[in-house]
Ligand binder design. Sequence first.
Ligand code: ZN
Length: 253
Amino acid sequence: MAKKKKTASRRSAASNGKAPKFDRVLVVSAHPDDPEFSAGGSVAKLAKGGAKVTYVIVTDGSQGGEDPKQKDSELAAIREKEQRAAAKVLGVKKVEFLGYKDGHLAPDLKLRHDIVRMIRKHKPDLVITHLPGRAIDMPMGGSHPDHLAVGEATMAAVYPDSRNPRAFRSLLKEGYEPHVVKEVWIPFWTSGDYMVDITPTLDLKIEALKKHKSQVAKPGREWDFEKFMRKRHREVGKKAGYRYAESFKRITV
Ligand SMILES: [Zn+2]
């Protein structure tokens, strides 16, 4: 009995109470495969709950390989195809590719402008994006420079640019009216303050990740990502009293 109580209180502290409902969700990521690795279980859950989920993939993913002789355009085409297939598994309605060169992002005004256009076009209640700053207590992969750039540009796009009619006024001429985003979720390795129970959708996340064949089965660098992801989400789940969970920092705008 005492044990049950403890688990319940941990869960409510971890998830800030009742799960919110969203009609439209925009996931803004640097590379193909980022949405699945960081939030695939939650994306599937939001889509199953009726949310219209759209992905914005900022770069072409052309540095995600081991062969320097492979043409950028060839790898970019493979990764776009893989990303579309993975999104389909999770119930994502649309994938927008901004086509920036992989590895070359900066959180500049051009990137902000292009993300504001996407926010005003898709009008999300919830935006999921990268952590806008290097975290030295997490694995290095999370702090890829493109992730930091997309995280910062997206946060600035959410506030103040998307809601401000005086920001990027050329977008008004394109027909994109100001829009107010309600929440931002930032995937945190294990120490977020909002845990999503992905027990019912973990298998879908794994299935979606398998679509990114060029990334999870690189010749000479095969790894048992399924075992890795299950272990990781089990560890996160323990903190909230769920079997498997994804961890976020939840920000009300
Ligand atoms: Zn990435």
